[in-house]
Design a protein around this ligand. Structure first.
Ligand code: SF4
Length: 380
């Protein structure tokens, strides 16, 4: 059985950032203890059901996993290792740099955490304030240094593009800040105002960059990061070569992963399933629900192609043959060639990739490549 990735959703945060629609809430010490024991039970349950199953990545995501504290994180890690081996695994902890993380990093390093992902979002104090972040850029720089001092060499920062009031210069400064901090990985997401957020209520008065300016911000971020040694490997992800997120690559390579905790998603044995956004339901032992998308069946070529085309490596002939026993379908190649002249795709005998321009219109472009009747439409 192929080793899986383990994702543990830690749904606790100190407050709610106005742009965030992840499932998170405030948790008391008692609730966090209950949650931890529930995760432990679930891990053991899978071990019992699939004794031979091994894992080679584990990702504590959230929420704010660092809020759980070393004792609970180490308890989960000990059980996960007993159950799934985690030999030479990549073990990531997401953390918020709003308080000192020095001691925590030292303790979780001992338990096997070897990668830290910090929510920076911006190095501009005004933008941090707009985003409701409770840390300064300096605290984030300190957290990067603390991770390294604890012996955790792989550090990633999250950065947000198209923040209200952001300029090309302020973004350039934020990226320079990340590069100077010496991180090995960076995720740069364009802000999307989602319905379940405070920003949604304020959307008429938010001074958001328009679509064209957002595109310019994205392009300049890609260029600056590449020049700074962080190579783009996915629409929103950049890394020093060799430091790509092994866990997240499983999502884009259609490899199996198991999600634990409320709102966590899984892809396992060819099936997709998820847990509802309810801590109470999770603590009460509610079973995960199947994901039903009749248009894109789990494990299908269409799903594989949609995920792979998020990667700069793209959809490869060899990858398709290895997964499905046949190469890239001719109609997909034909559709991709059609958008090459507009600078949205690159095609060749080895496969198909989206360009930076293609990434900017990826939703519409993927629909054209994978679902179109061949007539095409204007996307550029
Ligand atoms: S952005 Fe992160 S810290 Fe802020 S509410 Fe969402 S999960 Fe919590």
């Amino acid at each position: 059985m192929e080793p899986v990735g383990l994702y543990i959703h830690v749904p606790f945060c100190d407050g709610k950032c106005p742009y965030c629609d992840f499932f998170s809430l405030r948790g008391s010490e008692k609730t966090m203890d209950e949650y931890t024991e529930c995760i432990v039970r679930e891990l053991k349950k899978y071990k019992k059901e699939y004794p031979a199953l091994q894992a080679d990545t584990l990702y504590f995501g959230g929420g704010t996993p660092s809020l759980l504290g070393a004792r609970r994180l180490c308890r989960i890690l000990t059980v996960a290792k007993e159950a799934f081996g985690l030999e030479n695994a990549e073990i990531t902890l997401e953390a918020n740099p709003d308080k000192s993380l020095k001691e925590l990093f030292g303790q979780v390093r001992q338990a096997g955490v070897n990668r830290i992902s910090l929510g920076l979002q911006s190095a501009d104090e005004r933008e941090l304030h707009t985003l409701g972040r409770q840390h300064t850029a300096q605290q984030a720089a300190q957290a990067v240094a603390d991770a390294r001092d604890a012996g955790i060499a792989k550090v990633s920062l999250d950065l947000m593009l198209a923040v209200p009031g952001q300029t090309r210069q302020s973004l350039r400064n934020s990226i320079r800040f990340c590069l100077e901090a010496g991180v090995t990985h960076l995720s740069a997401y364009l802000l999307r105002v989602e319905e379940r957020t405070a920003f949604w209520q304020q959307r008429q008065t938010l001074c958001l960059p328009d679509e064209e300016e957002s595109a310019r911000l994205y392009e300049s971020a890609c260029a600056q990061l590449e020049a700074g040694g962080l190579r783009q490997y996915e629409i929103s992800n950049f890394a020093v070569p060799g430091c790509e997120s092994r866990h997240n690559l499983k999502y884009w390579n259609l490899q199996p992963y198991l999600g634990f905790g409320p709102a966590a998603h899984s892809y396992f044995l060819g099936r997709r399933f998820y847990r509802t956004r309810s801590l109470r339901a999770f603590l009460n032992g509610e079973e995960p629900l199947p994901e039903t998308d009749e248009e894109i069946p789990a494990g299908s070529f269409t799903e594989y192609a949609m995920l792979r085309l998020r990667l700069t490596e793209g959809l490869t002939e060899a990858g398709c043959r290895a997964c499905f026993g046949s190469g890239i379908p001719e109609e997909v190649r034909r559709a991709a060639r059609r958008y090459e002249a507009a600078g949205l795709t690159r095609t060749g005998p080895a496969g198909i990739q989206l360009t930076t321009q293609g990434f900017l219109v990826s939703s519409a472009l993927l629909a054209e490549l994978l679902f179109s009747d061949g007539n095409g439409q204007e996307l550029a």
